[in-house]
Write a protein that binds this ligand. Structure first.
Ligand SMILES: Cc1ncc(COP(=O)(O)O)c(C=O)c1O
Length: 385
């Protein structure tokens, strides 16, 4: 008897393996079929990540601080550092900045607000009612007093309401989360207006985090955009990697103006510093973001963003032409349209709130898909009318 299995041993019967193959095939077929009408969610689909397939044979774990190569050899910290440099340039980070690749926009928000609370322990957190649900969750996790600020109809923070509410707590510092592309309407809070509102409330000690999960990267490639980045007065900024870059694994990026000294205990057994929320981090995501950034460069991404805005403008024009109410915020990929008829909504799964649904014209959503939705709406209307 041996206690190891011979090389090439099959643990499962051929029938079971065939069944597994059929199951995966069915899953892939379902996912592919769904893409035809999947235009309500912010995942770009135009970048081909298949060149990275050879890396799937390795466990890529970017443990610990990206600036220090850990003892564990299966990392791609070099690629992560290039991704961070690219992003720091986009978000105009000052010398001395730091950052890391996160598991997504949610972790980026938690990290930014954690840094804020570390710097200003007695702070009150403010965010708009259109902020992502990860923001009140981060307040809860961090034990921060939270105040919700109202929005205008377009979904932007109401700065008068911010001043009014912050003035009630003027003896305490403020942490404000500005949303750079709200989930439903892609409204963009202006960091300069946030600072002005806090000045008017008489609050000197403050920390602004930009939750730029959706719109940060495309806006950074554009002239005449609202103030939101590290040169505009945000202390930290986070984005999701699977949204504009459309990586096939979920991930994100967070940057801060400063090295977070306060949070850096040494981890001797790994030869690194503990500057990140997660210990093990996704190295495959780092390789994918590196691929997206290196293959297209800033100009390629600016072109992708511009093309997506053109598709959004086309969508509005087509919907209005058939008399279906539609609007969008300036520079956004998101088009708000009156809710679809109930019968259509099951085939076209568009997120909705109140009377409105949205389409997000991410790179990869082509006009043919918009035509298909609009033509279905017309047919649906004439069949009913
Ligand atoms: C504005 C905003 N912030 C944060 C998030 C959370 O990002 P993630 O899903 O990458 O954690 C989202 C996701 O939709 C978002 O729209």
């Amino acid at each position: 008897m041996t206690d190891t299995l011979p090389a090439g041993s099959v643990l499962r019967s051929p029938g079971a393996i065939q069944a597994m193959g059929a199951r995966l095939h069915a899953v892939e077929a379902r996912l592919t079929a769904a893409t035809a009408t999947n235009i309500g969610f912010p995942a770009a689909r135009d970048i081909d990540y298949r060149p990275l397939a050879p890396l799937l044979g390795h466990l890529l774990n970017n443990l610990g601080d990206p600036r220090i190569d850990p003892l564990y050899p299966g990392h791609v910290h070099d690629l992560e550092r290039e991704v961070l440099d690219f992003t720091a340039e986009l978000f105009r980070a000052p010398p001395g900045w730091s950052g890391y690749l996160t598991s997504g926009g949610t972790e980026g928000n938690l990290y930014g607000m954690w840094l804020g609370r570390t710097k200003l322990p007695n702070a009150v957190a403010y965010y708009s009612s259109a902020a992502h649900y990860s923001v009140p969750k981060a307040c809860h996790l961090l034990g921060l007093a939270a105040v919700e600020v109202t929005t205008t109809v377009s979904g932007q923070m109401d700065y008068t309401d911010l001043t009014r509410k912050a003035a009630r707590h003027r003896s305490r510092p403020a942490i404000v989360v500005a949303t750079i592309g709200t989930t439903m309407t892609e409204a963009v809070d202006d960091v300069t207006d946030v600072h002005n509102a806090l000045d008017a409330a008489g609050i000197r000690h403050r920390y602004v985090h930009s939750d730029a999960a959706l719109a940060g990267v495309p806006l950074a490639t554009t002239a005449n955009r609202p103030a939101f980045d590290l040169a505009d007065g945000a202390v930290s900024i986070s984005v999701s990697g699977h949204k504009f870059f459309g990586t096939p694994v979920v991930c994100g990026i967070v940057l801060t103006r400063r090295k977070p000294e306060e949070l850096t205990p040494n981890v001797p057994y790994l030869n690194t510093h503990d500057t990140t929320i997660s210990g093990s981090r996704n190295g495959l995501a780092a390789a994918m973001l590196w691929h997206a950034m290196t293959s297209l460069g800033p100009t390629g991404h600016a072109d992708r963003a511009e093309r997506a805005r053109e598709v959004a403008a086309y969508t509005i024009q087509r919907l209005r032409h058939i008399g279906w109410p539609a609007w969008r915020n300036p520079l956004s990929f998101t088009v708000l349209l009156r809710r679809l008829p109930v019968g259509m909504a099951t085939v076209w799964p568009l997120p909705s709130e109140g009377d409105w649904s949205h389409i997000i014209c991410m790179p990869g959503v082509e006009t043919a898909r918009i035509d298909s939705l609009v033509n279905t709406l017309v047919t649906y209307g004439s069949n009913r009318g």
